[in-house]
Design a protein around this ligand. Structure first.
Ligand SMILES: [Zn+2]
Ligand SMILES: [Zn+2]
Length: 148
């Protein structure tokens, strides 16, 4: 642990608040967004502290790190098995109800020299806001006189 210079009680309090705020939302926020939430209650907390504590919480298995999609890493306090759908337009991530998907991990492991330790599965889609934005854009593009 590299938090030697931080008094333990303060670290615990900060980490507790970060986890509490993350559990309050289901939006899978980025570290920057979590910083915004936490700062309302702990105005002097720094972005670096939030980043560091999120990584510690992830290592402790209390939060999930969602990488992928080429965007910023997102975090999820819901750690039980569930799947995600990611918007190709804005990158937002939503939970899907639990699905019965069998991933043949043993078969996958048999086909490689890698030690397979897990898998990541993410559905891709377009969120309602991006659908609406695309529809509005399409409507705007309609040349005059074509509309009935
Ligand atoms: Zn979207
Ligand atoms: Zn989730």
């Amino acid at each position: 642990m590299q938090l030697l210079d931080t008094p333990k009680s303060r670290t615990t309090k900060q980490r507790g608040l970060i986890l509490e705020e993350l559990r309050r939302v289901d939006t899978h926020p980025t570290a920057d967004e979590i910083f915004g939430l936490v700062r309302r209650k702990m105005p002097r907390i720094s972005l670096g502290t939030v980043y560091r504590n999120l990584e510690v919480l992830a290592e402790q298995g209390l939060v999930l790190r969602l990488d992928g999609g080429g965007g910023q890493r997102r975090f999820d306090a819901r750690t039980e098995d569930h799947y995600h759908v990611r918007c190709l337009g804005c990158g937002r991530v939503a939970d899907l109800p639990s699905l019965s998907i069998e991933i043949p991990e043993r078969e996958a492991a048999a086909g490689t020299d890698f030690q397979v330790v897990g898998f990541g599965l993410e559905f891709l889609g377009i969120c309602p806001e991006c659908q609406a934005a695309a529809a509005a854009l399409a409507a705007d593009d309609t040349p005059e006189g074509v509309k009935e």
